[in-house]
Design a protein around this ligand. Structure first.
Ligand code: ATP
Ligand code: MG
Length: 391
């Protein structure tokens, strides 16, 4: 049986990202059947079957949390914590059980590849028709079981352009604080899905509407709540540019997203440190460390990306040097392009007062020799003088 986003996206004529398979076979049996597979997950055990570069996720039907007649009362198979959060979910069942533990109706459609029929227990087809995102079961309970479902609601509403049903949206205003207990690594995955699916602008608007931004990027939320006009313009422009890149199939990096979300704070802190006497480059380094170490308590950022975040920030203070070795070093820096894009967005949002964006745009399209002339006007002139008498 195909299930989840793949079926939903096919019905909505979106290009499905991947296909999830649900089966009545146990994970161990799936593994035996496919030698090219392995079992993953503890909280939620499933099999990954490898086909070349593709991974197909094969999950065994599971029984609902609310179903008392399931096949196990074993605490090892299922556990909740005090707030109702699911810690483990490995009680197997039949398709009729499996439906009810899925999050939204539109994610609970099954496509039977044996007879090409759609199995719909939750009136999901009506919701698809009416573009409604509706949680299965009692919304508050379902959010308490897994608070990340609040972020998933926003992600799917943004991605599919659906409206969250009033009953499903009401608890979000009250339960946002539960996101504070979600492990930083999981929030990292979820944030990338929110902002790297080509719907970043819509995702931010919804995060603000439901007041959830504070649980992901506190500094950005503070800046927006303080009506920081520059930051508001800047962050939407940054997300717009990321959305555009994604929709055109161009690569994007998580570093750009994090650099943008935290920029307001790091810039402010840098200025403060400078005023207290630190030199410019030391100030930005110290400010970066403070802001990043605060942020990773909420959302983990892999080291390879946090280094690039630092680079992007640091380079913002170097664009004013347009001559000599310093400027040349900036131009050939591995992350120049990301930092330059970042600076031009700041410029469009009104933070860069000079013509840096135009100047650095122009120099990139010149040949190496012309670049040298622009970067070293004095040197080039004096060289000309020296060679002049010979001719
Ligand atoms: P995408 O297009 O982003 O892959 P998706 O709907 O396939 O969207 P996945 O995260 O891949 O989302 O999950 C696959 C399916 O597993 C979902 O459609 C849903 O039925 C179920 N599911 C995933 N996460 C949860 C959750 N936190 N709670 C309940 N059901 C979930
Ligand atoms: Mg999926």
């Amino acid at each position: 049986m195909l299930v989840g986003g793949g079926v939903r996206d096919l019905l909505l004529r979106h290009a499905p990202k991947d296909f999830d398979i649900a089966t009545d076979a146990l994970p161990e049996d799936v593994k035996k059947l496919f030698s090219n597979s392995r079992l993953i997950g503890r909280r939620f055990r499933l099999a990954h079957v490898f086909f070349g570069r593709d991974i197909i996720e094969v999950a065994t039907f599971r029984a609902s949390q609310l179903d008392e007649n399931n096949n196990s009362n074993n605490d090892l198979d299922r556990a909740h914590d005090d707030s109702g959060r699911i810690l483990r979910d490995n009680v197997y069942g039949q398709l009729e059980d499996d439906v009810w533990r899925r999050d939204f109706t539109v994610n609970a459609l099954y496509y039977d590849i044996a007879d090409f029929s759609i199995v719909d227990y939750t009136s999901a087809m009506d919701d698809i028709e009416n573009k409604i995102l509706r949680l299965i079961g009692d919304p508050e309970t379902r959010y308490r079981e897994d608070p990340v479902r609040m972020l998933r609601a926003i992600r799917f509403a943004a991605k599919l352009d659906f409206t969250i049903h009033p009953d499903s949206e009401r608890p979000i205003f009250e339960l946002g604080h539960l996101l504070a207990d979600i492990p930083p690594a999981r929030l990292y995955d979820e944030v990338l899905k929110l902002f790297h699916s080509g719907k970043g602008v819509a995702s931010l608007q919804l995060l603000r509407k439901y007041d959830l931004l504070q649980y992901l990027f506190k500094p950005a939320d503070d800046a927006l709540k303080q009506s920081n006009e520059f930051f508001e313009a800047f962050i939407y422009m940054a997300l717009e540019s990321t959305d555009k890149r994604i929709n055109q199939g161009q690569p994007v990096t998580p570093a750009f997203l994090f650099a943008a979300m935290l920029w307001g704070t790091v810039d402010k802190l840098t200025e403060k440190l400078k005023q207290s006497g630190e030199s410019g480059s030391i100030a930005i380094q110290n400010a970066s460390s403070v802001v990043l170490s605060q942020q990773v308590k909420t959302i983990s950022i892999p080291k390879r990306f946090s280094m690039v975040v630092r680079d992007i920030w640091q380079m913002q203070y170097r664009f004013k040097f347009r001559h000599g070795r310093r400027a040349k070093a900036l131009l050939v820096h591995k992350k120049f392009r990301a930092a330059y894009d970042f600076m031009c967005i700041r410029s469009r949002a009104g933070q860069v007062k000079d013509d840096s964006c135009e100047w650095w745009t122009r120099i990139q399209v010149l040949g190496a020799q012309e670049q040298d002339i622009l970067l070293n006007p004095a040197k080039t002139k004096s060289r000309k003088k020296k060679t002049a008498p010979k001719s």
